[in-house]
Design a protein around this ligand. Structure first.
Ligand code: NAD
Ligand code: MG
Length: 391
């Protein structure tokens, strides 16, 4: 049977890996979206015979429209176009936009019986309770693409939920795992995007370097699997072979292993509940010889501590943390903020947001996006103080 798939964020790293699998499999593409790269989007839509192509950035619409002239593919744009593309009927919606921008289109794609293959972790960090509640209400199944969560999903199948004691997410430690605090203060964006094991988009690569990525993933796991913060742990594992471990009450620990290649968890989601038969890279443990583990260093990587605190605080704290982090990453990439200024700014925004009463739970997507918006403007206001410290 042919499986139909739509991809939000088709031009990115996850989108590209997904299309690589789709190219060789029994799939049909329905809708593809991108932020503003109309040329690349149009070329993918033509190659895969999509029905719909949508750009989020309205300014890119004329280019998309003319690139698709003479084809049957519908060109759409802006928030309404993204929502329409997301809602177009298909078996699977793969959500791979980066950042909180993925929240509204992903929720617009919830439909009964539909599989939501979720790569966009910021959705769950921005509005975790709301997101999972809406999915349940609409009877959509959320399948985690994020490799650690995909591993947890697989390991959880080995026992009852009330027998789970602890869930541990592994982290590679990023490119600066062994770097001194002094050296960390002066790393460049070019150094930060060079991940040792994974090839990913710029934002998640920098999040991996600060360990904020693992912090966001703790929050993602708490909402996805309905776990208490005390049940969640992080373990540094530089080889990225063991992706997560689930400990049950009887002392058994079930781990999932795979070669670090995002096509493996993506393929899992595309085929679930079956298994995708493809020429996946093999794991050669004899060649590896040993697996290395160590505890995370919360002092050198304060972003992880900030995320854990936000998870424990709950309510709007993860949303504010995420918004501040997105602003901080942009500023770091533009060389307006030092690497160690990233957690500095995030912490200051959380403090200010607390004073402004923004850390409460919200009940609608619009409210969540409203908090996101205010947190971003607080971050923009505070940025110059931290930027000054950067030079
Ligand atoms: P990327 O930057 O490579 O791609 C992002 C995609 O989103 C692009 O198609 C871009 O056009 C689109 N986009 C960006 N801003 C947008 C906006 N404002 N509105 C609409 N579309 C927009 O990112 P990526 O590395 O593919 O990551 C995507 C998501 O998957 C992130 O949430 C990331 O945390 C998560 N993830 C990625 C990996 C990985 O290996 N890359 C692994 C696990 C989870
Ligand atoms: Mg991950």
């Amino acid at each position: 049977m042919v499986t139909s798939v739509s991809i939000l964020g088709a031009t990115g790293s996850i989108g590209t890996s997904t299309l690589n699998l789709i190219r060789d499999g029994n799939f049909r593409v329905v809708a593809l979206t991108a932020n503003s790269d109309a040329k690349k989007l149009a070329s993918l839509a033509k190659e895969f015979g999509a029905e719909i192509a949508a750009v989020s950035d309205e300014a890119a619409y004329p280019e998309l429209k003319s690139a698709l002239a003479g084809t049957q593919i519908r060109a759409l744009a802006s928030a309404t176009g993204m929502a329409e593309a997301a809602a177009a009927k298909s078996d699977i919606l793969l959500s791979a936009i980066v950042g909180a921008a993925g929240l509204a289109p992903t929720i617009a794609g919830f439909a009964s019986g539909r599989k939501i293959a979720l790569a966009n972790k910021e959705c769950l960090v921005t509005a975790g309770s709301l997101f999972m509640r809406e999915a349940q209400k609409k009877n959509a199944t959320v399948l985690p693409v994020d490799s650690e969560h995909n591993a947890v999903f697989q390991a959880l199948a080995c026992g009852r939920r009330d027998a789970v004691r602890k869930v541990t997410l592994t982290a590679s430690g990023g490119p600066f795992r062994t770097m001194s605090r002094e050296r960390l203060a002066v790393v460049t964006p070019e150094e930060a995007v060079r991940h040792p094991n994974w090839s990913m988009g710029a934002k998640i690569s920098i999040d991996s370097a600060t360990l904020m990525n693992k912090g966001l993933e703790l929050i993602e796991a708490a909402y996805l699997f309905d776990l208490a913060p005390s049940q969640l742990d992080v373990l540094i594992h530089p080889q990225s072979v063991v992706h997560a471990l689930v400990e049950f009450h009887d002392g058994s620990v079930v781990a999932q292993m795979a070669h670090p290649d995002m096509r493996i968890p993506i393929g899992f989601c595309l085929a679930w509940p079956e298994r995708l038969a493809w020429d996946a890279p093999k794991l050669d443990l004899a060649k590896l010889g040993a697996l290395h583990f160590e505890a995370p260093d919360y002092d050198r990587f304060p972003s992880l501590r900030l995320a854990r605190n936000a998870l424990e605080a709950g309510g709007g704290a993860p949303n504010v943390l995420n918004a501040a982090n997105e602003v901080a990453i942009e500023a770091f990439r533009a060389r307006r903020l030092s690497f160690d200024g990233i957690p500095g700014l995030v912490e200051a925004v959380l403090t200010q947001a607390g004073k402004e009463g923004l850390l409460r739970e919200v009940s609608t997507v619009n409210d969540a996006l409203g908090v996101d918006h205010v947190a971003r403007s607080i971050a923009a206001t505070l940025l110059p103080q931290f930027a000054a410290k950067a030079s």
